[in-house]
Design a protein around this ligand. Structure first.
Ligand code: NAD
Length: 297
């Protein structure tokens, strides 16, 4: 059994922390929202009052925070940060989705203080966090990755080492940029087929076994009907929100401009998801971009 400080008990963190408790770990829960800590305590965590309370006794620190600025703040930017309280050799695992530069900066800050750290963003969403079936994409030294693996395997089915610090974030944003692109393309194809008189199910039956086949079509079909579990059958209730997709597309754009990589379709996808934001519909599942393509937003 390890003592694990878990910081950020939101939609994702609560499921992940609960699975660590179920596996027998002593989980110290910290969040700026008292309700989030209360939910974690109800799930078997020990509520922490501050960073010292959570981190000082911990062998492992896991963070699941909204964005890069929160990660910088929680680890090191403030007097009461993780770095101030973590004992020598503590393993830090940041599972938040953040920009590559921040991930690398925080990891080198940890190493300068004698701590081990990896970035380990996830895919699999809230359902995967609750079920313990997340995919982890990890960046950082092999030794730190190997230490983190048993813990990550409690929370996820697939745990990948993507290489050096920040490479987990690289894998995550490149994957999600591709996902945004093929989701929009799939919406366009279904919309066009239907407007030309070909019904969605027939187009699905053909295209899902032809060269247009892709994950957005066969696992998450953005038009109601063909894939029963898809959010399109629940009026695009998220799932993975359009706001989250837009966040990841913006991270991809920033990362691409930093290395002068051309991502014209990534940029176009960002513009399209920004229109969902402007319409106040970014709380829909990201497959709800179908409504925008249908001009029904
Ligand atoms: P969330 O907003 O529900 O949870 C974040 C939690 O962090 C909140 O409870 C918030 O109060 C807490 N927090 C913020 N600042 C803090 C601080 N300074 N100290 C302590 N706690 C603080 O977000 P989420 O949906 O759980 O997502 C978390 C991360 O996972 C994000 O980076 C997101 O991009 C990524 N992610 C989310 C999904 C998803 O489907 N929700 C899927 C994959 C990845």
């Amino acid at each position: 059994m390890s003592v694990i400080a878990f910081i950020g008990l939101g939609n994702m963190g609560i499921g992940m922390a609960t699975n660590l408790v179920r596996a027998g770990h002593d989980v110290r829960a910290l969040d700026i929202l008292p309700d989030a800590v209360a939910r974690a305590v109800a799930a078997g965590c020990v509520g922490a009052k501050n960073a010292g309370d959570a981190v000082a006794p911990a062998d492992v620190v896991i963070t699941m925070l909204p964005a890069g600025r929160h990660v910088e703040l929680v680890y090191g930017d403030v007097a009461d940060g993780v770095f101030e309280h973590a004992g020598p050799g503590t393993l830090c695992i940041d599972c938040s989705t953040v920009d590559v530069a921040t991930a690398r900066k925080v990891i080198s800050g940890a190493e300068a203080r004698g701590l081990s750290m990896i970035d380990a963003p996830v895919s699999g969403g809230v359902a995967g966090a609750a079920a313990g079936t997340l995919t982890f994409m990890c960046g950082g030294p092999t030794g730190a990755f190997e230490r983190a693996k048993p813990c990550l395997e409690i929370m996820g089915g697939n745990v990948f080492h993507a290489g050096k610090a920040g490479n987990g974030q690289v894998a995550k944003i490149c994957n999600n940029m591709l996902l945004g692109i093929h989701m929009i393309g799939t919406c366009e194809a279904f919309n066009l087929a239907e407007k030309l008189g070909l019904d969605a199910q027939t187009f699905y039956d053909i295209s899902s076994t032809a060269s247009g086949q892709n994950w957005s079509m066969t696992s998450y079909c953005p038009t109601p009907g063909p894939v029963e579990s898809a959010p399109s059958n629940r009026d695009y209730q998220a799932g993975f929100t359009a706001a989250m997709m837009l966040k990841d597309l913006r991270l991809a754009r920033d990362a691409a401009s930093g290395v002068r990589a051309a991502t014209p379709l990534g940029t176009q996808s960002e513009i399209i998801y920004s229109q969902m934001e402007a319409a106040g519909r970014d709380d829909l599942d990201f497959s709800g971009v179908m409504k925008l393509i249908n001009e029904s937003l």
